[in-house]
Design a protein around this ligand. Structure first.
Ligand code: 5RP
Length: 264
């Protein structure tokens, strides 16, 4: 790996090889999603607890002060909206030149395997990697499933993750599922998990974070289950304890409850 690529990967994945990425890019197709209506208010208090921010250029430029030294994973795909039945019709929306101008540490793009625009999104990924390799910028491939959440099983996710890695993605983001170790084993690059829509309880979220790490995931890239919680700082802190301190679900829940009692 070239020095620049190694350095950027090392800024995202900490000394222990793991990472807590905070995903706040949802507005690119969901608009002003609940609790992210005023991005600055939601994001700023969480910055000290995140190893990187996954974000769009519009929110980065307008809502995040440049003084923060947090690595930026810039969302560079889009072109769809929640109003469309088919969410897979994405293209590249940001040039690599602009990503570099924003001092992005990595760029992120969604692929939709098995969707009407599978080919287009996979070719988008390949083109982005070709460009990004020229500048030593890691590419994070998001194995998106659109509205078809039921697609999230090990067979499908393993297929999507492996294709992303074969095309040259440096990091792959996917969903947690049963038999997740099979997804991890068949993907030769670091895997991080999304949280998906808000779950019923904090315990469920801590459970998938714990199980994903135990199965070999290198971290999380979570959004809604952190910032849609009534206690976002408590939530991200508990997740951090699992990812970076090897906390059990019980220990992480204890930490969450303690911080919640302090209204964090
Ligand atoms: C949207 C994304 C989001 O960043 C991703 O889904 C993570 O957020 P959440 O934990 O809320 O699912 O890539 O396509």
């Amino acid at each position: 790996m070239d020095w620049g690529m190694k350095n950027r990967m090392g800024r995202i994945f900490k000394q222990d090889g793991r990472t807590v990425m905070l995903a706040v890019d949802h507005g690119y197709f969901l608009g002003a999603v609940s609790r992210l209506e005023e991005p600055r208010r939601t994001i700023e208090p969480l910055i000290p607890y995140a190893d990187s921010l996954m974000i769009t250029r519009g929110v980065l430029r307008n809502c995040i002060d440049a003084k923060y030294n947090i690595p930026i994973v810039l969302r560079v795909s889009g072109g769809n909206s929640i109003l469309d039945e088919d969410l897979s019709n994405e293209g590249l929306t940001v040039s690599l030149q602009d990503a570099l101008r924003l001092n992005a540490c990595a760029v992120a793009l969604s692929i939709y395997v098995g969707s009407p625009h599978e080919h287009q999104t996979l070719v988008n990924l390949a083109h982005l990697i070709n460009e990004a390799e020229n500048y030593g910028i890691p590419v994070l491939a998001v194995t998106a499933v659109g509205k078809e959440l039921e697609k999230r099983d090990a067979k499908y996710l393993s297929l999507s993750c492996r294709i992303a890695a074969e095309l040259g993605a440096h990091i792959v983001k996917t969903y947690y599922c049963e038999d997740f170790d099979k997804v991890v084993k068949s993907c030769p690059v670091p895997l991080v998990i999304a949280g998906g829509p808000k779950m019923k309880s904090e315990l469920d979220v801590l459970g998938i974070a714990y199980n994903a790490i135990a199965s070999g995931a290198r971290g999380v890239d979570m959004g809604r289950n952190i910032w849609q919680s009534k206690w976002p700082v408590a939530m991200i802190s508990a997740i951090r304890s699992i990812v970076h301190e090897g906390a059990s679900i019980g220990k992480a829940t204890h930490l969450f409850e303690n911080l919640k009692a302090k209204k964090k």
